[in-house]
Every structure is written in structure tokens, then in C-alpha cells.
Ligand binder design. Structure first.
Ligand SMILES: Nc1ncnc2c1ncn2[C@@H]1O[C@H](COP(=O)(O)OP(=O)(O)O)[C@@H](O)[C@H]1O
Ligand SMILES: [Mg+2]
Length: 251
């Protein structure tokens, strides 16, 4: 993410510093959301010099997480940050900058708000054979994402596509549920394999250490095992007939 434009006039490090250090104020609640999810402004004091004075963001307080039967309570914000950390280490930039921090309703995750291209419909996206979508499909296989809905894909005006709402990830048992099955069983391309190799080596170093702060030891080990298996197969996963393969509702 180093030096690249992430959203608006912000590069990656500037966005991360603003998200981590700015003051978060709630503008409104996202009513389409299933958890307490707030649309917020994150702003530096007027004395702050340089770029990155303010941005829009999403804030999901841990306290507002709806309990789920298949994920431990109060862990979704950390899972979202772990998903971003993996996307960042892969070099694919498939998830908006996301941090764990305190906010107006206590600790939670804060993620940069990305303006989408209103001309692109989610239903068109999920059928498209685009490199950015392939990378999200590979990333979701690493994350074991159980909730890749059409509405969690953000088409940006510059052509990038990002994935949001990544909290239902990192279960130990296989749970991949996605609308992105177009490439099932097909070979990964060289760039996709290279991204997985970058992740695998980073797991033995700083990425592994950061994930152990956010996930259980078993969840980190299962993530490494999924990476090893993807690198051995070098193919997109196929749906498993013994469990649901598509999130409900799919959008
Ligand atoms: N970082 C973001 N930038 C732009 N839009 C977002 C972002 N995060 C979420 N959204 C939009 O808000 C909706 C609700 O957020 P989501 O993360 O799905 O909340 P919930 O966990 O409550 O389902 C998403 O479907 C998406 O349209
Ligand atoms: Mg959602």
C-alpha cells in the first residue's frame, strides 16, 4: 500500500495514520447493515500539517456486534482487521485500510469509506471475469470468508474493486461462502501464486505475529494450512457439496 493512492487524495500510510489517530465522530447509522455499523468522519485537529486531515469511515463497535452461533462473541472487529492485514501483505490491496481502535461507542474497527462508481451494479460485478475479482476470490479462500455477498464488493470509479464486511472470516473449519465461484477449479495465474507466496513467507515473520494478536493460535494455524493447500493445488477452490456455498441473502 506504500505510496499508492488509496482513496481520494490519501496514500496508504497517510490513510492508516489518520484512521488510527484522528477523532471519530458519528454522522449516521448504516441501516442496511446487520450489526451496529456507523458512517463517521475521522478528523485531525486543525493544527495538523500535511495531507490526511479528514476522511469518511465506517466504525463498527465490538459492543454492536450481533451474536452469531458460529463465531465467538466480540471477535468480528478483529477478524476484519486481520483480513485487511492479509490483503495488505499480499500486495493486492483488495480491502480498504482498517484499524482496531477506540471510538465513540468503545473499541471497534474503523475502515476508510470508499466512494463507489454508482454506474456499476453488483449483479454485473459478480459475473465479470476481472483480475480484481479473481484476487478477491483467492483472498477469500485464504480468509475462509463465509460471507462474500454481492453487496460486499465495492466497484471504485478508478476501476479497482474492493471487498468489505470481512468479519465472518478465519473460522478453523471450512466455511467459504461466496458469490465468486466463476473460476472454481481453474488454475491460479502466476501473479496470484506470487501473492500467495508473499503471504506464506510473511506468515513466518511479521504477518504471523500481527495475526496472533488478532486471532486465536488455532485460527492462525488454519490460515497457514489454507495457504499451503492453495499453493500445493494452484487452483481456485471448488464448492463443497456438504455445506452451503453461497451466502444468504446473496446480495
Ligand atoms: N469501507 C466502506 N466503504 C464504502 N462502503 C462501505 C464500506 N463498508 C461498508 N460499506 C457499505 O455499507 C454496507 C453495510 O456495511 P457492512 O460492512 O456490510 O455492515 P454489516 O457488518 O453490519 O453487514 C455495505 O454493504 C456497503 O454497501
Ligand atoms: Mg454486510
Amino acid at each position: 500500500m506504500e505510496g499508492r493512492q488509496i482513496g481520494g487524495d490519501l496514500d496508504g500510510p497517510t490513510a492508516m495514520a489518520l484512521l488510527a489517530e484522528g477523532e471519530v465522530s458519528v454522522v449516521g447509522r448504516l441501516l442496511a447493515a446487520s450489526n451496529a455499523t456507523f458512517y463517521c468522519l475521522v478528523a485531525r485537529s486543525p493544527s495538523h500539517l500535511g495531507p490526511g486531515r479528514f476522511a469518511s469511515c465506517v466504525y463498527k463497535p465490538v459492543r454492536g456486534e450481533r451474536p452469531l452461533y458460529d463465531f465467538p462473541d466480540g471477535t468480528l472487529a478483529r477478524r476484519e482487521v486481520a483480513a485487511f492485514t492479509i490483503s495488505d501483505a499480499s500486495g493486492w490491496d483488495s480491502i480498504p485500510p482498517t484499524v482496531l481502535r477506540d471510538g465513540p461507542f468503545g473499541p471497534g474497527m474503523v475502515q476508510l469509506w470508499m466512494e463507489v462508481d454508482p454506474a456499476v451494479a453488483a449483479s454485473d460485478l459478480i459475473d465479470a471475469d476481472l483480475p480484481a475479482l479473481r484476487r478477491i476470490a483467492v483472498l477469500d479462500a485464504v480468509l475462509n470468508n463465509a460471507d462474500r455477498k454481492g453487496g460486499h464488493l465495492l466497484p471504485l470509479p478508478d476501476g479497482r474493486i474492493l471487498g468489505v464486511d470481512n468479519g465472518l472470516s478465519f473460522a478453523i473449519e471450512p466455511k467459504l461462502r461466496t458469490v465468486l465461484w466463476r473460476w472454481r477449479g481453474q488454475p491460479l495465474d502466476n501473479a496470484e501464486v506470487a501473492g500467495l507466496e508473499r503471504l506464506r513467507s510473511a506468515m513466518a515473520a511479521e504477518l504471523g505475529a500481527r495475526l496472533r494478536d488478532l486471532l486465536s493460535a488455532g485460527e492462525v494455524a488454519a490460515t497457514i494450512a489454507r495457504l499451503d493447500s492453495l499453493l500445493a493445488q494452484r487452483r481456485f477452490p471448488r464448492p463443497d457439496r456438504s455445506r452451503p456455498a453461497i451466502p444468504w441473502p446473496p446480495f
